[in-house]
Write a protein of this length. Structure first.
Length: 602
């Protein structure tokens, strides 16, 4: 079912969108929640059962397939709540301040439904009643989508009380979603391809087409470029699994984990998707068609629709409209700005005010993630303070209670988390035995102790805000907004945020905010500078990577020059491109000189 809005709220952290559908779906707004942390999911199910005076039967870790069942039951509860909200909405009067009126007032300004609504406001009986009845029949809830970060897929050995097969974290989460009653919903896979998880999809009929273009549950893959979309799409197509949407996200200008690309920029990436969109669908269809027909018995004459959506650093109505029109985008993701909208997301009060006060210097591309992937991170959180206090006491590292991000076997047979006290204690002891300079020891030590527990820290905003039982008594919060948060400082209502998205108001306090394309370019320039400064003598591969990176950035700048007249504030955009181009050329010149010196030495 088509969305009534031109934007969606992407997944944020573990807690920040954990109940967003309950907050916004009744207004036709689609949002995505993470379902990998089953303890948080179960806490939220208990919370909403209690607030709604519904019977709550705990699903304990001693019960078979408890992870999948917790997720399934929470999603079923969420679906039930939204359905009841929609029925209540239909029964409300069309009057100022009612949620029914709010539904239509938040729609895009040129929406047909909003036009009918405005016509109804000025109509006389009986036409007014007829138009009101029609509008009530057009109410559509936003989708309840879920996210699974594919790399978070720890094996969970079978026990005497639970012999369920396929019980790794990601597979259990996917099974819980597949078994839920959700329809017109999607699972969003992020962080690349997980063959085990993707193979499991083939065995789940919930993702099969029921007719051409009709799926109860759709597949969405978050990608950084066209090549990634083609590879992952083909992998699934060969199994008779159709990818209904590719969600393009900026590599660095985003919240959470940041995946620096080879220097490819958002604009050129979107241009390639636009020009090769039909080619992509046809390539997938040729692989999908024979397998799907054998699986379902349905014959399809043409590819199912493939949506292209985008997110990462969008901050103004003009930017969103440009993306929609220039690149034929179906929906634009607005993530970080919604962290300042309590009607849409769940952020505890202390962290909310920290976000509203954040400036550019407060959001860093950190090495704090135990996964070894760069991580956009807000400084000054209660979790960072707790981490620094442990370091000051000589006991760095966190208690590892959830074990979702265990991956390191450097000192142990069983994988452990690099943010854990157990790992950091052993790693620091190892560093002390090495013949390192004071400077090098400090660098490696700081990198070790910077790792921070995300499983609990990214869950605790909901724990604190709703006064839920904390996991192992831990209550500190960390948060991972995109750099965009530096330009949003006002805590807003849902109405204000949607009005900002559609250009009816402007909630930006800092009017010096750079265009999203420029900001992404600035972040990439800072990243390649960092790589250059960290380059070790004789590291030919890293040197080549830097040269390739700068070449790709300059190619992207050439593309932006070709479209600069179509953008808002053309002259300012052009000047910033020229300035950044000069910086990149300086780095490239230094790298080329270093490469020539290496050849001479050889």
């Amino acid at each position: 079912m088509a969305s009534v809005h031109k934007f969606h709220i992407p997944v944020m952290g573990l807690a920040f969108t954990i109940d967003s559908p309950i907050k916004v779906a009744r207004f036709g707004i689609t949002s995505t929640l993470s379902i990998i942390e089953d303890k948080l999911v179960e806490l939220m199910r208990a919370h909403y059962c209690q607030t709604r005076h519904e019977h709550y039967e705990p699903i304990t870790s001693h019960q078979p397939d408890y992870r999948a069942r917790r997720i399934q039951e929470y999603l079923n509860l969420m679906n039930r709540i939204v359905e009841q909200q929609m029925e209540q909405l239909k029964a409300l009067p069309f009057e100022e301040g009612s949620e029914l009126s709010k539904y239509f007032e938040m729609l895009p300004s040129k929406s047909e439904l909003r036009t009918v609504y405005e016509l109804m406001l000025g109509a006389q009986p009986p036409q007014k009643e007829q138009l009101q009845q029609y509008l009530r029949t057009q109410l559509v809830a936003g989708a309840i989508d879920v996210n699974i970060m594919t790399k978070v897929d720890k094996d969970n050995p079978q026990t005497q009380s639970d012999t369920t097969p396929d019980s790794s974290d990601a597979l259990a989460a996917l099974r819980g979603y597949a078994n839920s009653v959700l329809v017109n919903s999607s699972v969003v896979f992020s962080a690349g391809m997980n063959p085990r998880l993707f193979n499991y999809l083939e065995r789940l009929p919930a993702f099969d087409a029921r007719a051409w273009g009709v799926f109860d549950k759709k597949i969405v893959i978050k990608v950084s470029d066209y090549r990634s979309a083609l590879i992952q799409g083909k992998f699934l197509a060969k199994k008779g699994v159709w990818v209904s949407e590719f969600r393009i996200e900026s590599g660095l200008n985003c919240g959470g984990h940041a995946f620096a690309t080879d220097g490819s920029l958002m604009g050129p990436i979107l241009e390639e998707f636009k020009t090769r969109r039909k080619e992509l669908a046809e390539a997938l269809f040729q692989l999908y068609k024979p397998v799907a027909e054998k699986k379902t018995g349905l014959v399809f004459a043409r590819p199912h629709p493939v949506a292209i959506t985008v997110q990462g650093g969008v901050g103004t109505h003009e930017e969103a409209e440009f993306l929609l029109k220039k690149y034929d985008i179906e929906s634009v993701g607005w993530g970080t700005p919604f962290l300042l909208c309590p009607e849409a997301t769940t952020v505890d009060q202390e962290t909310l005010h920290l976000l509203s006060a954040a400036k550019e210097k407060d959001v860093i591309l950190s090495k704090n993630s135990p996964l070894g992937i760069r991580f956009n991170y807000l400084k000054g959180t209660s979790a960072e303070k707790e981490k620094l206090a442990r370091i000051a006491k000589g006991k760095p590292g966190s208690p590892c209670t959830e074990k979702f991000l265990v991956s390191n076997t450097e000192f142990t047979r069983e994988p452990i988390c690099t943010a854990s006290h157990k790992y950091q204690k052993q790693k620091i002891a190892q560093l002390q035995t090495l013949d390192l300079s004071v400077e090098e020891y400090e660098r490696q030590y700081n990198e070790v102790v910077s790792k921070e527990c995300l499983c609990v820290g990214l869950s605790n905003a909901a724990v604190v805000e709703y006064n839920l039982p904390p996991i192992k008594g831990l209550t500190s919060v960390n948060i991972c907004p995109g750099p965009n948060i530096a330009y949003f400082s006002k805590i807003v209502t849902l109405r204000e945020m949607t009005d900002h998205i559609y250009g009816r108001v402007n909630v930006l306090v800092d009017q010096t905010r750079p265009h999203m394309f420029i900001k992404e370019l600035q972040l990439n320039v800072a990243y390649v500078k960092e790589q250059w400064l960290a380059l070790k003598k004789g590291d030919a591969k890293s040197l080549k990577d830097i040269l390739d990176f700068t070449t790709q950035l300059l190619t992207g700048i050439d593309y932006y020059h070709s479209i600069e007249t179509t953008l808002h504030n053309t002259e300012g955009f052009k000047n910033q491109l020229n300035s950044l181009s000069a910086e990149i050329k300086d780095i490239a010149a230094l790298a080329n000189a270093s490469a020539k010196d290496s050849l001479v030495v050889r």
